[in-house]
Ligand binder design. Structure first.
Ligand SMILES: Nc1ncnc2c1ncn2[C@@H]1O[C@H](COP(=O)(O)OP(=O)(O)OP(=O)(O)O)[C@@H](O)[C@H]1O
Ligand SMILES: O=C(O)C1=C[C@@H](O)[C@@H](O)[C@H](O)C1
Ligand SMILES: [Mg+2]
Length: 250
């Protein structure tokens, strides 16, 4: 279960295991997440083109993270965005399951949510050091203040939004420990309401309700170009530039 593509067993201590999981994750795109198109773009085989870090591919950013509530599409859209931008793809939930060697429901049940959140923080520290990557976060990752600060310092964070009803439809057949309830739709509404002010602190906000993934990816790329243009204008303006706290394209 834990051998990588080369058949090597993973290391047993956690930091080395995290490095191992990151390096295998970065080796290539791996399988598409649930629901994503089965056939990747023609130029994308198991590994990215050597052009991807050479400056020959025009893209608005070389690092971006996706945040938002469960079921808003971070994993699926992140993977498709990474293919469109020819960037590596890291899904932090998936990375944690690889490092810990348990599914997320198992981690929550056997190790506790606190342990999961500690893993999440460690993973954020590592993924913010990566280059050429699209990072799909877990639904709660951006809620932690330290994580949020580190992510926003690193680059743009695109927040995906969907209505509680859409989230319910997209998650009802899967096991998300925080949505296990007699009335999952009410649980979604309550948790979303609590988290909404925090998600609003993202850089760019994109709605995913009733929209095909291609359209969402296209909008994200357009908004990232607009954001990058503003960053460039600030950089060109030199020391007289406006406050860097201001954010574009929302
Ligand atoms: N735009 C979309 N249209 C239709 N289905 C979608 C769309 N985006 C995502 N989905 C589907 O919704 C389900 C949940 O999506 P996904 O796993 O990407 O959400 P997530 O935000 O990563 O959730 P989590 O926070 O729990 O990891 C998947 O089956 C996915 O294929
Ligand atoms: O919103 C959350 O807190 C979570 C979302 C999922 O992505 C997983 O990270 C886990 O189920 C917790
Ligand atoms: Mg996900």
């Amino acid at each position: 279960m834990f051998s990588d593509a080369a058949g090597e067993p993973p290391p047993t201590d956690r930091p080395a295991r995290l490095e191992w999981a990151l390096s295998t994750e970065l080796r290539g795109p791996g399988p598409a997440p649930e629901g994503a198109p089965v056939t990747p773009p023609a130029e994308d085989c198991r590994t990215l083109s050597p052009m991807f870090s050479s400056g020959l591919i025009e893209r608005p950013v070389s690092w971006v993270a996706l945040a938002g509530f469960m079921g808003t599409g971070k994993s699926r859209i992140g993977w498709e965005l990474s293919r469109a931008l020819a960037l590596h793809f890291v899904d932090t939930d998936k990375l944690i399951t690889r490092v810990v060697g348990k599914s997320i429901p198992e981690v929550f049940a056997q190790e506790g949510e606190g342990y999961f959140r500690a893993c999440e923080h460690e993973v954020v520290r590592r993924v913010t050091r990566l280059e050429h990557a699209v990072i799909s976060l877990g639904g709660g990752t951006f809620i932690n203040e330290d994580n949020r600060h580190e992510l926003l310092e690193r680059g743009p964070v695109v927040v995906l939004w969907a209505s509680p009803e859409t989230v319910y439809q997209r998650t009802k057949h899967s096991d998300r420990p925080l949505l296990r309830a007699e009335d999952p739709l009410s649980k979604i509404r309550t948790l979303m309401h609590e988290r909404e002010p925090v998600y609003r602190q993202g850089t760019i906000h994109v709605h995913s309700d009733g929209r095909p993934s291609e359209e969402i990816v296209e909008e994200i790329i357009e908004r990232l170009w607009a954001w990058a243009d503003v960053q460039q204008a600030w950089a060109d303006a030199g020391p007289e530039r406006p406050e860097l706290g201001e954010r574009a394209a929302d």
